[in-house]
Design a protein around this ligand. Structure first.
Ligand code: NAD
Length: 479
């Protein structure tokens, strides 16, 4: 194992990685570049045999890794970080190809993930002791075994390494399954990590949606760490029940943003727009409903419209702020939301009711002015660059409106009166509430949803515990 960059990694050939080796396969599939619509490189479709072999290798590696000390694990993570970062430019190029993200944001994701390594280096799960006259009770946090990581297409790097890092730090081994829409970065990251890790510790299998159920059903896998839609999350939970696998489910959201009347409109308007439209709205914690106090409603909406008109949408090299929708399936879903909004006669404050068809899955950011509460655009997560605004006047009522959702992932409150803003924040039913910022998940804090937005959470110290079994020893003193 060499930590240096002298390696055989090629960035135009892709493999599943099982037991430390690249593995090809009979059947192939390809991702699509959403900017051009062109097919990208061939990828092998993993089979049940590939999954079975990966589980055997992961179990074998686990038998050694489970007993490693925290210091050894951190040393390995440091090596992994250095090795990964030496390829961050190449990985950025792959991310641009598979997602169409503007270059600056692709680089931000590919390089910013270093922060996940760095923060985890500061975390520990020390033993906890309680003692009385007759006994000492010691709680330790022991690894679970083989973790299956099921990953969506919107942030393929952060959501792969964001599972790999805590799994390895807690003494587990891990098998990743990227989304069929964005497999390239995950496959290549796992491949290059083989140069600094033992076979079986970190593996990857890619293919169709049929692969997920092979992981959730597998008796050799102890936990599924899933990020994706609520609908798939429910299927995963059901599929994990027969083997009582641990599950962490990071699911969709319908985040509300409440804007108090005392804000500086000019400063906050661009922030609200970016909170809604970052990554073209394809973010689980994007702002998806904006409630603006009636005293500043018109002024704020006008300022948001003006800023939105200045947002450049285009290909990754054009200096654009927003790229395309990542795949055709999602493009069609978002177009359907536009069609429903148009057909119901809701008011487009900015953006066109008719999504232009042309090369690439591009959609101009769009704001819908005061649609009714029961509209689809208020009730559903569009996962695209379209957001509704509504006025409010009564604080109690707007808190109820914000909470009136089956989702509870994130929320925001904007106000100069911090005490008032935080008081409202405490009453919002969501896993992460941001005051005077749009939603910015960080490795420093647990990230997870309330209600149908998920079960459990990842990142931060609590997130680390989700990769462990508490193990309690009650040790009695001999009389
Ligand atoms: P998705 O649920 O369609 O797919 C996610 C992953 O699950 C993919 O790898 C897919 O192949 C796999 N999968 C599909 N069916 C499966 C099954 N039956 N069993 C096991 N695995 C299966 O989600 P998506 O379209 O890739 O991502 C978009 C959704 O993800 C949005 O709803 C978004 O809000 C959510 N999301 C949530 C978070 C979060 O942290 N809470 C982050 C990003 C995205």
């Amino acid at each position: 194992m060499s930590p240096s960059k002298v390696s055989t990694i090629k960035f135009d050939e892709f493999f599943n990685v099982i037991d430390g080796k690249n593995r090809s396969g009979k059947d192939k599939h390809q991702g699509i570049n959403p900017v051009s619509g062109e097919k990208l490189w061939d990828l092998p479709v993993a089979t049940q045999q590939d999954v079975d072999d990966a589980v055997v290798a992961a179990e074998k590696a686990f038998q050694k890794w489970r007993y490693s000390e925290m210091s050894e694990r951190k040393k390995l993570l440091k090596k992994m970080k250095d090795h990964y970062m030496s390829y961050a430019d190449e990985i950025t190029e792959l991310l641009i190809k598979e997602t169409g993200k503007p270059r600056q944001f692709a680089a931000f994701e590919a390089k910013g993930v270093a922060g996940w390594f760095d923060h985890h280096d500061t975390l520990d799960l020390p033993e906890e002791k309680v003692e009385d006259d007759e006994k000492v009770i010691t709680t330790r946090y022991t690894p679970l075994g083989v973790v299956g990581a099921i990953i969506p297409w919107n942030f393929p790097i952060v959501l792969s390494l964001g599972k790999i890092i805590p799994a390895i730090l807690t003494g587990n081994t891990i098998i990743c399954k990227p989304s069929p829409f964005t497999p390239y970065t995950c496959l290549k990251i796992v491949e290059l990590l083989q140069e600094v890790t033992e076979p079986g510790m970190i593996q990857v299998v890619g293919g169709s949606d049929a692969l997920g159920p092979m992981l959730t059903a597998h008796p050799g896998i102890s936990k599924i760490s899933f990020t994706g839609s609520i609908a798939t999350g429910k299927k995963i939970m059901a599929a994990c029940a027969p083997t009582l696998k641990r599950v962490t489910l990071e699911l969709g959201g319908n985040d509300a943003s409440i804007v108090l009347p005392d804000v500086d409109v000019k400063k906050v308007a661009p922030e609200l727009v970016m909170g809604a439209f970052q990554n073209s709205g394809q973010v689980c914690v994007a702002t998806k409903r904006i409630y603006i106090h009636e005293d500043i409603y018109k002024e704020m909406l006008d300022a948001m419209v003006e800023f939105t008109k200045s947002v450049k949408v285009g290909d990754p090299e054009s200096g654009s702020l927003l790229g395309p929708i990542q795949n055709q399936m999602q493009f069609e879903k978002v177009k359907e939301m536009f069609a429903d909004t148009k057909n119901k006669g809701y008011k487009f404050a900015v953006g066109s009711p008719d999504v232009a068809s042309g090369k690439g899955y591009f959609i101009q950011p769009t704001i819908i002015d005061n649609p009714p509460n029961d509209s689809r655009i208020i009730q559903e997560e569009p996962f695209g660059p379209i957001v509704p605004t509504q006025p409010w006047s009564d604080e109690e009522e707007v808190i109820k409106r914000a909470n009136n959702s089956l989702s509870g992932l994130g929320a925001c409150v904007w106000g100069n009166d911090l005490e008032r803003a935080e008081k409202i924040a405490k009453r919002l039913e969501a896993g992460s509430v941001f005051v005077n910022s749009w939603e910015k998940p960080t490795p420093q804090a647990l990230f997870g949803g309330h209600k149908e937005s998920g079960i459990g959470g990842e990142w931060g110290k609590e997130g680390l515990k989700a990769f462990t079994n508490p193990h309690v020893i009650h040790s009695y003193k001999m009389k």
